[in-house]
Write a protein of this length. Sequence first.
Length: 446
Amino acid sequence: MTDPSVSAAGILAAARRGQPDLAKSLLARMIAEEFGFPVREVTLGADDYSLNSVNGFLTREDGVRFFFKFHHEENEESVLQEFYRGEILLAAGFPVDMPTYVSRRIGRQILLYPLRTIPKLADAARAVDHGRPLPGADGPALIEAQRKLDRSSAEIYLRTWHPITAAESAGEPIHQLFHHRLTTPGTPPDTLGGRAATFFAHDRIFAFPGLSVSGAELRHLRWVIDGVAYDRTLQSCFENALTRLEPATLAASGGVIAHGDAHNANVWFAPQDEHNAEPGGLTFFDPAFAGRNIPALLAEIKATFHNIFAHPDWLYHSSELRGIPEITLRDGTAFVTRNWSLTPLRQTFLTDKARLLWKPLLTALSERNALPDNWRETIRSGLFCCPTLVMDLCARSDSSPNSRHTPASSLTGLAIAMMCGAEPKRGSGGQDVVSRFLDIIDPAVS
């Protein structure tokens, strides 16, 4: 019988418990069992982008080195068929780095890539945000590379769009990033569960700068953020997402071929001064959630949130968050001043993605009678799930030891989540960056 600890779940658990030697040993055993060769050395990755995965480097006994990455998702044995279908993306025309070794066995799904020396786009973009661009990777170079990818992705989405059934939608792994994190197998489908129930349990204490609230109180607070009042609570945002992101419901928008999880830590950037086949180009890797029938309205959600609204610093590098948000509670309402805004690079990324990808996609869906009337709510729900369910937003404490959040980043993240999930009330002080984005991509607005 296979040792259950020699699995993606066991390795990830050991790494999170601060047992790197055990994690390395388990990984070496799993590699030997899956691919038939012994491992001389394992180095676990030290980046801050692997929120639900482990990556790093390993050396085969003959000295050949590889970059590895793998995921583990709760309940994957019961809800997933397989990860890592990069060949689908390659055939559709996406730029994809294909692995040398692939294991698709449930619980042991892992990729080994030839070692690369070029940076991830996440690192190159963060360097620009902080005024220290990497050689050959300044702001204009990254912007042009992202524009090229947005244009080509939009073209592929429109070319590969097709009607899908509820069953075809439900069979896509991408729902593990959204609806499956809102539910618990074996419970009624309209019951909030999964990470949503765990991360925002009623008895948890959320520590913010200057005050703390229980999970029960937090779920039902009304919000005024930077003077703008919002039309729903955290609880109602979750309930909205549970309905809008149900796989069968999403089938109404049709399906496309997509990576589905193209945050910039899953994208290589070839600097202009490197001897690459395509300097300045972007290449996907880690196609864990790629598919042929990805609901069109989900295809670009993760890339939009994680490459734009998750910066600067609060999600991936929470200890380096510069602006400290402020909060006061009065009559069941949280009044928040974020002291946070998008960097010029991220604002440009948002503007370009709106005009080059989202607007053409929604316009095409509308022309094909495949754009639901509630498309705005669906996109909001997807964006909302990114910060609330990707990792624990409760600041690190004895009750949330695996969280990497501080009180400041916890509140910043919740405020951004509410801006994504809720509409500003009319006459409440204007728009925010999310509502302006949604207005721009509206196909009914010329």
